[in-house]
Design a binder for this molecule. Sequence first.
Ligand SMILES: C[S@@+](CC[C@H](N)C(=O)[O-])C[C@H]1O[C@@H](n2cnc3c(N)ncnc32)[C@H](O)[C@@H]1O
Length: 240
Amino acid sequence: MVSVVEHYASHLAPVYVWMAGGIEAALAVGTQDVASLMPGRGVAVDLGAGFGMHSIPLARAGYAVTAIDQSPALLHTLAANSSGLPIRVVESDLLEFRSALPERAQLILCMGDTLTHLETFEQVERLCEDVQLSLAAGGQFIATFRDYTSPAAGEKRFIPVRSDADRILTCFLEETPQHMIVHDLLHERRGEAWHLAVSSYRKLRLAPSDLERALSQLGLKVRCESGPRGMVRVTADAPG
Ligand SMILES: C[S@@+](CC[C@H](N)C(=O)[O-])C[C@H]1O[C@@H](n2cnc3c(N)ncnc32)[C@H](O)[C@@H]1O
């Protein structure tokens, strides 16, 4: 098993846009995810922004976006696809996002199962505290993530992520008490043969109700609902 940083650097980042269906398709999906937030103004922060699936649509809709991620390769793709847009790219651990924030934010996003990349619930609590301190009056925090509290069992642990004639990405999930071990199996065609590369990392089994409680205790108005692509969406509003 490797760290999240190593997993992305050596395994996932090079195929991430392909995994998401290509840049145009992925941006169309990201635009749908944030459609209710458009048009917008003021500062938006995208925690774990990746290649900009949400940062780019938000910037197109009028937000000044700070996009934070610790994958240089994905941030490079983001920058290459967002020239002329008001996006500030910051290579950093998202837990340190406050030091990169120019002012209080109207919107803080943590989308696409990024929150579960944190190692412990204490880190999630610390992030919630920083979110509360960083939101402008009436501002909003939105997180979408997978609920691994009742994870798939048996054959359902094998998830076909994407495939085409030359590449197959399959995910295998292994349960431990606090985490899921995510094994990403990447088959790539090399001439007449297939090459297999495997890399594994941990995701936190974050209960939506625990996140709701942590945010509510900070005075935010929280709701939890079904989110896109089988995730849950937790929304927390700061007092106006
Ligand atoms: C599953 S991807 C989601 C990307 C994007 N938010 C989306 O919805 O497509 C998780 C992203 O979070 C980043 N990431 C994970 N842990 C991080 C951390 N502690 N600090 C900064 N970025 C992190 C990864 O590099 C990756 O780009």
